[in-house]
Design a protein around this ligand. Structure first.
Ligand code: CA
Length: 233
């Protein structure tokens, strides 16, 4: 269950998807072109976006890239072309999943459910955080305390630079989510970073080393960027 934004210019199909999602217990917002989709997301951030590739104004790729500058919710692309799948899921666009047209509603609903469930599971930030802790994240030995800008593994504090801390905080708050380098640059460096690709990689390498036994939780996602996987408790 969650708020799903359906972006599809074919009105009948958009309404059909809406009806099915509502019947399955989701809340739905609709957009019929790329511009209004971006505007809708800025107004109310949905839990998931169903995004058609072919739209009358901005195409789905452009919309997805714009969403990814600022948001981490799952994006499922609707595409008629299987040969575009690599681009859809890759760094270039940054979608989480895709459904090829024509699709069955059953398949679409299953994908929506699976993506929402993944976020619900992975995104649950606190396994053992106590109340009133100011957003402290505790994950299998890793503790990230944003109010103190401090992090530790198995009780040993990590000597992180501010950028490394920001990276780790973003990762730990969204375990399982893949972040493109572009997204990390926008978030952590405010888009202001020259020669960025390799510098992001350098920061990740240092962060991995400082994380010690949890360093391997920072995984390279081929063609996308990086993600932090939930450590075993
Ligand atoms: Ca369309």
């Amino acid at each position: 269950m969650g708020l799903v934004l359906v972006v599809e210019d074919e009105v009948d199909l958009n309404n059909l998807i809406r009806d099915q999602l509502v019947a399955a217990g989701h809340s739905v917002e609709q957009a019929f072109d790329g511009g209004s989709a971006v505007a809708a997301i800025e107004k109310t951030v949905p839990d998931l976006v169903l995004l058609d590739w072919m739209l009358p104004d901005l195409d789905g790729l452009t919309v997805c890239r714009q969403i990814r500058q600022r948001h981490v919710m799952p994006v499922i692309m609707l595409t008629a072309r299987t040969d575009e799948v690599d681009r859809v899921l890759g760094l270039e666009v940054g979608a989480d999943d895709y459904v090829t047209k024509p699709f069955s509603m059953r398949e679409l609903l299953a994908r929506v459910r699976a993506n929402l469930r993944r976020v619900e599971f992975d995104g649950r930030p606190t396994e053992a955080a106590t109340e009133g802790d100011g957003g402290t994240i505790s994950l299998g030995g890793l503790i990230v305390d944003p109010s103190a800008h401090a992090a530790s593994v198995d009780g040993a504090s990590l000597n992180l630079t501010p950028k490394e801390f920001q990276l780790l905080h973003l990762f730990a708050a969204n375990p399982g989510r893949a972040f493109s380098r572009e997204f990390l640059i926008e978030r952590v460096w405010n888009g202001d970073f020259e020669g960025y690709d390799r510098a992001v990689d350098t920061h990740i390498t240092r962060l991995r080393r400082k994380l010690g036994r949890l360093g391997d939780q920072v995984q390279t996602v081929w063609g996308v960027g990086y993600r932090f996987t939930r450590p075993k408790a």
